[in-house]
Design a binder for this molecule. Structure first.
Ligand code: ATR
Length: 279
């Protein structure tokens, strides 16, 4: 039997077991994927004993993504650039780490908004935390001409420019509505709009009607930002897609099959988040 898990602290709300469990069953694989609560003080020993415990690897979530990066071998340049891993796998008994957040974001976007233009276009990203880092990097890798990053703490947006160069343009949080007139993509990476947090209240009146709006928040499935954008006729992409797509490569690395993000999987996880969910 092949074993994998997700580690975090706390970890009880993770939907990853539902996603990987669906794929294990769909492909008839003799495997397991469990939640493992790992306190920060135990991260080094947990990752050091993956092989001895019989794991093929694990997902890594809050608060371990940066610390895990320091404990494994980065598997690719993108991961080395980000300094954070969300997926760990063993090769020749040694722990390697990669980051699938960027491809999860892009593949979700391409699946739900196939007409979206990224190359040579401007994007506006709200937030400058860990998720923003992976998304800004992915947009730059896709050839965005500019990524405007608006953050409450402007210094963190400045750091993204230092890290990624002049295509990143820091924007004061209060000025973000002025930035919307010529962007093809608006992304929320802040926690605003998440269940238990205040809504993101943004004036979208300057946003072009063909701009795509997406949120990484997936509880609720459709945030106020996405409801507002959909009401104006913009194409919206819900955050759940990123969660599903970021899981694909880990499954493939551990279990040897590249799974698909199907409507059935989407609806299964959507119903877990919102029991009243209807397609
Ligand atoms: P993640 O890894 O999910 O990106 P994070 O690194 O804690 O999480 O980042 C959270 C983001 O949400 C940050 O950009 C944060 O802004 P600050 O850098 O100013 O803290 C943003 N955020 C959280 N609460 C916010 C609020 N009430 N108003 C505006 N931005 C907020």
């Amino acid at each position: 039997m092949i074993k994998a898990c997700v580690i975090g602290w706390p970890i009880s709300h993770s939907r990853s077991p539902l996603i990987h469990g669906y794929w294990l069953k769909q492909h008839g694989i003799d495997g397991s994927y469990t939640r493992q609560p790992v306190e920060p003080a135990n991260l080094t020993s947990f990752l050091g004993s993956l092989a001895a415990e019989g794991y093929a690897g694990c997902n890594v979530t809050i608060p371990h993504k940066e610390n895990a990066f320091r404990l494994v071998t980065p598997a690719d340049d993108t991961t080395a650039r980000l300094g954070a891993v969300n997926t760990v796998f063993l090769r020749n008994g040694k722990a390697h780490g990669t980051n699938t957040d960027g491809e999860g974001f892009i593949n979700s976007l391409l699946q739900s908004a196939p007409g979206v233009s990224l190359a040579n276009r401007r994007a506006v990203v709200l937030g400058a935390g860990g998720a923003s880092l992976a998304i800004v990097n992915a947009l730059l890798e896709r050839g965005a001409s500019e990524v405007a990053v608006a953050n409450r703490t402007i210094e963190k947006a400045d750091l993204l420019r230092t890290r990624f160069g002049p295509r990143v343009v820091p924007v004061a949080w209060e000025k973000v509505a002025d930035q919307l007139s010529d962007c093809s993509l608006l992304v929320n990476t802040t926690s605003l709009g998440m269940k238990g947090q205040p809504d993101l209240d943004l004036d979208l009146s300057r946003l072009a009607s063909d701009a795509v709006v997406t949120d990484i928040v997936y509880v609720p499935l459709r945030t106020k930002l996405l409801r507002d954008a959909a009401l104006r006729g913009n194409t919206v992409v819900e955050g759940l897609g990123m969660l599903l797509h970021q899981a694909v490569r880990g499954f493939s690395l551990w279990f040897g099959v590249t799974p698909r993000v199907t409507p059935e999987l989407h609806d299964l996880v959507a119903r877990d988040i919102d029991p009243g969910y209807r397609q």
